[in-house]
Design a binder for this molecule. Structure first.
Ligand code: NAD
Length: 306
């Protein structure tokens, strides 16, 4: 028996579900508003779990003695405590890389949007205005990437088409792959911050990266620069970001992820024109959701067939 709690699993085609059915899996969906007790009840007799972004608690795992594998429907494993899973001998899997083009597209669209204020201007036209809105060029500017994994690399490839100079801070990058040598420069965090016209964050959320960008780091950026986060809420401190935006030190922000999702209606960042917020939809292209769902299904089948 498999429990699926990711809202988007199989949303764009029935192929992944077919795959699980053909492998003889008995599938249960639980993709309504998340309730821990209801979730625990449903997980009790399951051998496999395809999980979205809600937390997987020790209590839930403890009450599910049959559970052998959890596969994240996506990349970031920050909602799963790997030590707990090891203790209960539950295998943890994810689906890396396949959503990286979709997330990179969104990150780049946020770069363009905060630079040219596209979504803001489009909204004002629908409200009856025809005022021109000034922006800044993206072409040939400096882009700093924090994290140079699958998504960071795909953002760099897009930036190259805009003749941007790309600076990368990633302490785990031992060798810069040949394809990037002409236009990507590995630098320290300080240099990445200080040279950026645009800064885009692509690291996992963990103890090292939580609050990686606070007021001190924002103040090291140029006045008038922009910041993009399609990674996870909590990596950029949002109270500090708000202060940097209000003082106009940071000219704008494009955020696909927030510390609290969804935010409260009166959340201050929602009220700023220079901030574009999207609903954590980085991997939501038809192609990406289908590919991620198919691979998650295959991972579960492979492990449970052993
Ligand atoms: P990845 O594992 O390929 O790359 C992460 C990179 O971050 C690695 O190169 C790693 O060396 C680097 N890194 C780790 N700690 C660092 C630190 N302290 N400082 C600088 N660099 C550090 O992952 P990816 O596929 O590129 O995804 C990155 C993150 O994007 C995921 O962890 C996930 O949280 C997020 N994500 C968001 C969406 C969305 O819908 N918005 C979708 C997929 C992934």
């Amino acid at each position: 028996k498999i429990l699926i709690t990711s809202k988007s699993f199989g949303q764009v085609s029935d192929q992944p579900l077919k795959l699980l059915n053909e492998a003889g899996m008995n599938i249960e969906y639980y993709n309504k508003e998340f309730d821990e007790m209801e979730f625990r009840k449903r997980l009790k007799e399951c051998s496999g779990l395809i999980i979205g972004s809600h937390p997987l608690t020790e209590g839930a795992v403890k009450e599910a003695p049959e559970l052998r594998i959890v596969c994240k429907h996506g990349t970031g494993l920050d909602n799963i405590d790997l030590e707990i899973m090891e203790r209960y001998k539950v295998k943890v899997d994810n689906v890396p890389a396949v959503n990286s083009n979709a997330v990179a597209d969104l990150a780049f669209s946020l770069i363009l949007d905060v630079a040219r204020k596209t979504s803001c201007a489009a909204k004002s036209v629908k409200e009856g205005s025809w005022e021109k809105v000034f922006g800044v060029n993206v072409y040939s500017k400096n882009l700093s990437l924090i994290g140079f994994g699958e998504i960071g690399k795909n953002v760099a490839r897009r930036a190259h088409g805009f003749s941007m100079k790309v600076f990368v801070y990633d302490p785990f990058l031992s060798v810069l792959p040949e394809e990037f040598k002409d236009y990507v420069k590995p630098v320290s965090l300080e240099e990445a911050l200080s040279v950026a016209d645009f800064l885009s964050v692509h690291v996992p959320l963990n103890h090292q990266t939580q609050n990686l960008i606070c007021l001190k780091e924002l103040n090291m950026m140029k006045r008038g620069s922009f910041i993009i986060n399609t990674s996870r809420g909590g990596i950029i401190n949002e109270t500090d970001l708000l202060a940097a935006l209000l003082s106009k030190h940071i000219a704008g922000a494009g955020l696909d992820v927030l510390e609290k999702e969804p935010p409260n209606k009166d959340y201050p960042l929602l009220k700023l024109q220079q901030v574009t917020i999207t609903p954590h939809m980085g991997m939501y292209s038809f192609e990406s959701i289908n590919d991620v769902s198919m691979i998650a299904a295959r991972n579960i089948i492979k492990y449970l067939s052993q």
